[in-house]
Design a protein around this ligand. Structure first.
Ligand SMILES: O=C(O)CCC(=O)C(=O)O
Ligand SMILES: [Fe+2]
Length: 365
């Protein structure tokens, strides 16, 4: 019998049954992390060695959207966004129309939610990913080789809002949902133009309507070099709009390196996700990213909105406009509900899922 495996599943169960998440562990005064959080060396590549990105120029563009409604300036913005989406799958935007005060309200409300007395939160802690509201630590806890140091409030905000939102962050969620939808519409339009297709193409497919929010809390981790905040992965949806506080820790994979996505006051991080890589016929790249475990005494807060197809049982495939003899379809049609189910029943970051949709590239003589 493999005692190591046996102990691991016991530990996982104990942690999950506590319903207190990693915040609960920190509050209990631990000074070392339970074994189930210790990641294998592959995942920890570059962790703890500050030199990984220190001497590199910032490769992640910060794109100013203020000229997006000017005929004169828009093409330059489209170009920048398209290039970043092709090369990195990730960029930051400023002057997107959301005030800094709204950032603070949403980050503050997320913090307030996670820092409420445990008895206010534990009724929401469960593992049924199809429910509208979940408080969860590690969505892939049961499938992953190692757990990571974060707790997540996860809410389905579209196409329909849940009937009852947690009171402590209700107004901020409603406000953020609206504000981010506007940014999403603008960015999707620019991304479509970058592909040379109609501005409203994605909107008309209902890709703005499906929205999932992850309001995350990364408490201080006493052994931050042994674990992660989020293990390396790509996002499952179409597009992610992420608000991160000023702590830092988000990184993207660039070649063999991990590069910091440095917090910029007032900026939102946008990343391309799996479904858009498929629909863009591999033009845009679903960015592989991770978050380091938090080494600062203050908790790190982030709020991601994942735009996803609202028509879950439809098939999504490369836009026909992008298919030619020179560049045939690179992916087979994918039913979004299947991608969703596969994504949430495996370890975050497992690559085989996207690869399984790939069509063989025919060699030309
Ligand atoms: O917290 C972050 O900065 C990103 C989190 C993330 O990658 C995710 O939830 O998919
Ligand atoms: Fe992500």
């Amino acid at each position: 019998m493999n005692t190591e495996l046996f102990d691991r599943s016991q530990e996982i169960k104990k942690f999950d049954d506590s319903k207190l998440g990693v915040k609960g562990l920190v509050d209990s005064g631990i000074t070392s992390i339970p074994q189930i959080f210790v990641h294998p060396p592959e995942t920890l590549a570059g962790v703890g060695s500050k030199s990984t990105t220190k001497h590199k120029p910032d490769i992640i563009p910060i794109i100013d959207l203020s000229g997006a409604d000017s005929d004169l300036l828009r093409p330059t913005i489209v170009e920048k966004i398209a290039r970043a989406s092709r090369e990195l799958g990730l960029f930051q935007v400023i002057n997107h129309g959301i005030e800094l005060e709204a950032f603070d309200r949403m980050l503050g409300a997320t913090r307030a939610f996670h820092e409420q007395p445990a008895e206010m939160k534990t009724p929401l802690y469960h593992r049924d990913v199809d429910q509208d509201i979940i408080l969860i630590s590690n969505i892939d806890l049961l499938y992953s080789k190692a757990a990571s140091w974060r707790d997540t409030l996860r809410l389905k905000l579209g196409p329909k809002l849940p009937e009852k939102l947690p009171e402590i962050c209700r107004n901020e969620i409603l406000e953020w949902n609206q504000l981010v939808t506007q940014v999403g519409e603008l960015v999707m339009g620019l991304l479509c133009e970058g592909l040379g297709i109609e501005t409203d193409r994605m909107k008309e497919m209902g890709l703005l309507e499906g929205r999932l929010m992850a309001a995350q809390y990364y408490p201080f981790c006493p052994q931050h070099n042994l674990t992660m905040g989020v293990a390396p992965h790509t996002d499952y949806g179409v597009l992610t709009v992420l608000l991160q506080d000023q702590t830092g820790g988000l990184q993207i994979k660039y070649g063999e390196d991990w590069v910091d996505v440095k917090p910029v006051p007032g900026a939102l991080v946008i990343n391309i996700a799996d479904m858009l890589q498929i629909m863009s016929n591999d033009e845009y790249k679903s960015a592989e990213h991770r978050v380091l475990a938090n080494s600062s005494n203050e908790p790190r807060i982030s709020v991601g909105i994942f735009f996803e197809p609202s028509k879950k049982d439809n098939l999504y495939e490369p836009f026909p406009e992008l298919i030619s003899q020179e560049k045939p379809a690179r992916f087979q049609p994918v039913k979004f509900s299947e991608h969703w189910t596969r994504f949430f029943s495996k370890e975050l970051g497992e690559r085989s899922v996207m690869d399984s949709y790939r069509l063989p590239v025919e060699k030309k003589d």
